[in-house]
Design a protein around this ligand. Sequence first.
Ligand code: HEM
Length: 393
Amino acid sequence: MIYYDPYDYEIDHDPHPTWRRMRDEAPVYRNDKLDFYALSRFEDVVAASLDDRRFSSAYGTVLELMQDEPNRFPMMIFKDRPQHTQLRKLVSHAFSPRRIRALESMIRDLARGYLDEQVGNRGFDYLEDFGAKLPVMVISTMLGVPEADREELRRWTDSLLHRDEGETGGERHLDIMGKLNGYYADYVTARRKSPRDDMMTDLIEAEIELEDGSKRRLDDEELFAFISLLSGAGNETVARLLGWTATTLAANPAERAKLVADPSRIPNAVEELLRYEAPSPVQARRLTAEVTLHGETLPEGSRVLLLTGSAGRDGREYEDPDRFDVDRVIDRHVSLGFGVHFCLGASLARMEGRVALEETLTRFPEWDVVWDETERVHTSTVRGYAKVPIQLP
Ligand code: HEM
């Protein structure tokens, strides 16, 4: 009997053997206890992501936060078309190639600052001292948040995503959400009074085009929702990617040496890292109509998990999928999502992954991980390390 449960620490530690069995023996997996189906094959995850009318995001995409009614919270990740398109079009501007390109030197300076501090040391925590800090600073800087507040915002966001084993949300989360919203409420008010050349001002001034052709601006609730989406979606995921970078390269020193010898391979290595250990391996959907797949009929209203993390290891799509290979030719992967909800921050995430690795390898071409002292993060949506102590030669 295969058992899969995204809240189970032991399975989460190394879900790959379970996901392989699911792909081979139960491509439409059913968990009665937690009331969900799970799709684990690459092709099925792609097809479901493209079939966004039946595989709805509107009831929530985080299993423990899913509801029976469409979500009222105005976050694009929890919307279906056409509202999703309106919100996405509006913020795409803030993620325009111009805005993202302009961030590279800021990201590099931040990375250099954190890593230079470690030069000459015997070791450091790759996540706590570097990988977890970088993305928060990047997003806060993009939004224009004052430097003095950034660390506290990061801690709130961090604990918002953490789940103790068996915990399924509740009071603690509402409390932190309240704090975050309060902070941003004051911040938006201040920014409305004095606009600047930053993303916050872009968002305040941007206009949504409605179906009848009329336009309107985002209200406060929509603005806060977008800001929490950015910090929720853009911090933890990148931190997890950097954690997997440190651990996977330490476990594959020959692949790491190839990147040191030829840094032009780094962008491809980032894609391979995303495929190999997806930082966000589970996306939930709810069916708005019955779906038949592999001979099984899933009723309307079913909760379905799209296992993007499993799709990346599917031998039907990738040759020798459990081998980590920085030179692998990757046509496509689903670790940044697929279809209408494809990660809005994808080019930013890729840039952060690339710059972090370039700056790391220039200073530290080799390291070992102190495996006994590593710690994981546990949520149903994000998978990876919270602490990665490394030793330098
Ligand atoms: C390695 C880092 C990242 C990973 C693995 C990742 C992964 C994903 C995935 C899998 C989705 C699709 C969710 C779904 O289909 O329900 C998504 C959507 C999204 N991501 Fe990312 N993400 C990363 C970084 C970022 C960053 C840096 C930002 C922003 C600063 C960001 C913002 C978003 C937003 C706003 C969405 C929702 C898009 C929509 O609904 O249209 N992500 N991401």
